[in-house]
Ligand binder design. Structure first.
Ligand SMILES: Nc1nc2c(c(=O)[nH]1)N[C@H]1C(S)=C(S)[C@@H](COP(=O)(O)OP(=O)(O)OC[C@H]3O[C@@H](n4cnc5c(=O)[nH]c(N)nc54)[C@H](O)[C@@H]3O)O[C@H]1N2
Ligand SMILES: Nc1nc2c(c(=O)[nH]1)N[C@H]1C(S)=C(S)[C@@H](COP(=O)(O)OP(=O)(O)OC[C@H]3O[C@@H](n4cnc5c(=O)[nH]c(N)nc54)[C@H](O)[C@@H]3O)O[C@H]1N2
Ligand SMILES: [Mo]
Length: 757
């Protein structure tokens, strides 16, 4: 798929961002659109009442930077979406499906915006244009022909607006299913499960302002320089106000070490700041052991100095402390410490920082959620915050750093395969039908159900299901068994080429596209990672007159599918304010939605854990006891994470470099501890094969070039989605069912040099 023809491996740089990031961002966007167009969109990007960046979900500050409120990767996201290049009917006439399958993900993305609805009929070699009416009728007929609504699954990726998401879940439930898998299932689901069990809310508790009041910020399993670059600005500000920052991450990520802020003149031209005071390179998936070791030590210190714990908070606001404490103190500290791979002095340094501070923010990303014990990771982190009373007060709390720009909003709107009773009751009351009550399928369940031919129609609202999901070949087989696969997309991707017997591509508008109805420019709304809802409005004409806005696409599919008419779909898409009125009636926290959304900064959703209230069944914050995984690596086995390069947004590949890790012109690489490489007689650039055997099923990917890197021994890192064929479908987090894509056991062997890739 992506060969390493001119791969270059260098030492990673000493610092990230700075003027170079600005230069690269501009080069990227000027290549794909006229300068005037680029400047117009950048001027509006993340500004009040402007275009919300379609990249990550990091919130915008109240005061926006005059130098631009965006980052290098936000500019790349805009360039990718608003590029001039189009992939219309003539493109599809030139390229057969087989042709396209042989291309890399990078190449597919470069072909431009989709412009027409396209269909691939059984046995055909090419996608052909189809009218919207015919496409909708085809979906309606196929759905109506199913023997049960649960034979369909409706996937969502987190770029979808609140308005579109609300209509989509309403349609799926009126049709009769809760099969609403979404990208969260592969992402922060473990956070949602852990937080709702322990604190009674699925969302994080901090606001951006808390960063300026924090005394200590822990950054677990995140690479913000690439994935949430503006978070570094918040960390820099916190640091200037005296906060200490500790990064806990197996890989030495340069961006967590040194940062030159491109949003300030000093940052662009000056020396920048050291971000992390400490950097603990814990072994992959030993965060539970590390947290247990730190908390063990805190309990021991507290025996002499009780005030290092917030005993009042513990007794008034929490439950389960004694059991938690007794269990923890019964563990063998030396075993815990050994598992982390860290020196005791490092663990002591972290313990000391925590002991002396009370305002602690815990941030985390995919490094904690995508493990078999992903839920336990977060529950242990909550235990730590509870011991310190670091929740429900200024400068302290939980900060799951969300991925897609509206992934949190989509869930708020009811995109959930396990919906709450309250949501279903409200839907029933407001819309006069009985929504299905049984749980639907998550992403992994959907793949398995397609395999067993229990799901026969797959609809994707955005995203790239076949490439993002684990176990690529298994997932592809599953999709191929479907009668119909439908993708509502902005750009061509692998999922259009890994299709059911009939396949439809429905071209959708993105964030930057202007949608005008009845002469009125419509805006939509999104919710960021900290629960602020605000508007976003496109500014460019869509790439063709056949490209539709997401709510319109959903409404038209609903009209073609549903017989009973409990909802006036045409009225809803006349003016998106009408959809917001329904959201207000159905979802808590949206009172006066259409009025409050006019505020330039948007509004904050209610958040109980932010104010120290816990909506758990016992109304307390709950300590939990979490077991550790106990299956040591076999001889010659490694534990591998799959991660993002600096030049990608999930499955969208912006380029072939990962400059903060010193990798250029190639993505088929495996990062490996230098001593491990030497012990295996491997040197920089050698090509190896990665393989594993999980539940008697062998999985192999050939052709990874070795990159010796600052990683703990026994740990490997590869890129997602190239390494996804190695992630077994059955390997997922308990309770959240998130694929364990950050801890995959693999073995390595030298690749057969005669093998042509
Ligand atoms: N430019 C850009 N922005 C993005 C995205 C993108 O692809 N590109 N994706 C978006 C999405 S959907 C998401 S979810 C986020 C993802 O943002 P991140 O959560 O930063 O995702 P990853 O790149 O997968 O990196 C996770 C980090 O976890 C570390 N890690 C791996 N295993 C472990 C472990 O066992 N313990 C600890 N402590 N750390 C570990 C890795 O070394 C890596 O630094 O970013 C969002 N923003
Ligand atoms: N091995 C491994 N696998 C992983 C991960 C990992 O770290 N390792 N990370 C997981 C995570 S955190 C996530 S969130 C998932 C991501 O999974 P997805 O959300 O399914 O994947 P994306 O790559 O974000 O989807 C990109 C596609 O979305 C479409 N698109 C973009 N913008 C819009 C829009 O505005 N509207 C519409 N309708 N379509 C649009 C484009 O066609 C584009 O090709 O992948 C997961 N998979
Ligand atoms: Mo994500």
């Amino acid at each position: 798929m992506t060969e390493n023809k001119d791969l270059r491996i260098e030492s990673p740089p000493k610092s990230v961002a700075g003027i170079k990031a600005v230069f690269i961002a501009m080069k990227n966007i000027f290549q794909v659109m006229p300068k005037s167009k680029a400047i117009k969109v950048l001027y509006k990007l993340n500004q009040k009442e402007g275009v919300d960046c379609p990249g990550c979900a990091w919130p915008d500050p109240k005061n926006r930077s005059k130098l631009g409120e965006y980052c290098e990767n936000g500019v790349k996201a805009i360039a990718e979406e608003a590029m001039e290049q189009v992939a219309g009917p003539s493109f599809f006439a030139t390229h057969s499906i087989d042709d396209l399958r042989a291309k890399s993900d990078y190449w597919l993305g470069q072909q431009g915006r989709l412009t027409h609805p396209m269909v691939l009929r059984p046995g055909e070699s090419h996608y052909l244009p189809i009218s919207w009416n015919e496409a909708n009728a085809c979906i309606g007929e196929e759905l109506k022909g199913l023997s049960h609504p649960n034979e369909a699954a409706f996937y969502t990726s987190g770029r979808t607006s609140n308005e579109a998401a609300f209509l989509y879940q309403l349609f799926a439930r009126m049709f009769g299913t809760n099969n609403l898998p979404d990208c969260s299932n592969m992402c922060h689901e473990s956070s949602g499960v852990a937080l709702s069990r322990t604190l009674g809310s699925t969302k994080g508790s901090v606001t951006l302002e808390d960063f300026e009041k924090a005394e200590l910020i822990l950054v677990f399993g995140q690479n913000p320089a690439t994935n949430h670059p503006r978070m570094l600005t918040s960390l820099e500000k916190a640091k200037k106000k005296g906060a200490k920052i500790v990064s806990i991450n197996p890989m030495k990520e340069v961006g967590l070490v040194h940062f030159k802020n491109p949003q300030t003149v000093q940052g662009m031209l000056g020396g920048g700041v050291e971000i992390s005071d400490f950097y603990l390179q814990v072994r992959i998936n030993e965060d539970v052991a590390l947290l247990k070791a730190v908390m063990f030590k805190l309990l021991k210190i507290a025996e002499k100095e009780p005030s290092i714990l917030d005993n009042r908070f513990i007794s008034e606001k929490t439950a389960g402390f004694e059991a938690f404490k007794n269990m923890l103190l019964s563990q063998d500290l030396s075993v815990l410490m050994k598992r982390t791979g860290l020196e005791e002095a490092e663990i002591d340094a972290l313990t000391d920082l925590i002991a002396k501070r009370t305002k602690i923010i815990a941030c985390w990303g995919m490094g904690l959620t995508q493990h078999v014990n992903g839920v336990d990771n977060i529950q242990e982190l909550v235990n730590l915050l509870l011991m310190k009373g670091s929740i429900g007060k200024e400068g302290a709390g939980t900060c799951p750093v969300r991925g897609h720009s509206n992934v949190q909003g989509d869930r708020t709107m009811g995109i959930a395969e396990r919906p709450s009773k309250e949501l279903l009751d409200k839907i029933s009351e407001n819309f006069g039908f009985s929504p299905p009550r049984e749980d639907g399928y998550s992403v992994v369940d959907t793949i398995k159900a397609m395999h067993e031919e229990k799901v026969k129609v797959f609809v994707g609202m955005g995203g790239n299901f076949s490439a993002a999901a684990p176990d690529t070949h298994f997932t592809a087989e599953a999709l191929r068994k479907c009668n119909l696969t439908v993708h509502i997309s902005t750009k061509l991707n692998r999922s259009h080429l890994t299709h059911g017997k009939t396949a439809l591509i429905l071209p959708s508008m993105g964030r930057t596209d202007k949608y005008i109805k009845n002469g009125k420019s419509q805006f939509v709304t999104v919710e960021n990672s900290m629960g602020i809802v605000h508007s976003t409005q496109g500014i460019f004409p869509a790439p063709s007159e056949f490209v539709e806005s997401e709510p319109v696409i959903v409404a038209n599919i609903a009209k073609a599918t549903l017989d009973q008419d409990k909802v006036d779909w045409d009225f809803l898409i006349e003016d998106y304010g009408n959809i917001r009125d329904l959201i207000e009636k159905t979802i808590d926290g949206f009172e006066n939605f259409n009025e409050r959304i006019k505020k330039p900064l948007g509004f904050e959703l209610p958040n109980a854990s932010r104010i120290g209230e816990f909506n758990t069944s016992n109304k307390k914050a709950n300590f939990t006891i979490n077991q550790m995984m106990d299956n040591p690596l076999e001889a010659e086995e490694f534990i591998m994470m799959t991660t993002r390069s600096h030049d990608q947004f999930n499955t969208t590949i912006y380029g072939l470099d990962d400059r903060y890790r010193g990798v250029f012109n190639g993505r088929m690489v495996v990062f490996m501890n230098g001593e491990d490489a030497a012990r295996n007689n491997l040197k920089k650039g050698d090509k190896i094969t990665l393989f594993n055997n999980y539940e008697n099923q062998e999985r192999i990917v050939e052709g990874f070039s070795v990159v010796p890197y600052d990683l703990p021994k026994g740990c490997l890192a590869t890129y997602f989605p190239e390494a996804n064929p190695l992630v077994p479908i059955g390997l997922m987090a308990h309770s959240s069912h998130t694929p364990s894509s950050k801890s995959v056991r693999v073995k390595i062997r030298l690749m057969n040099p005669n093998l042509k890739l």
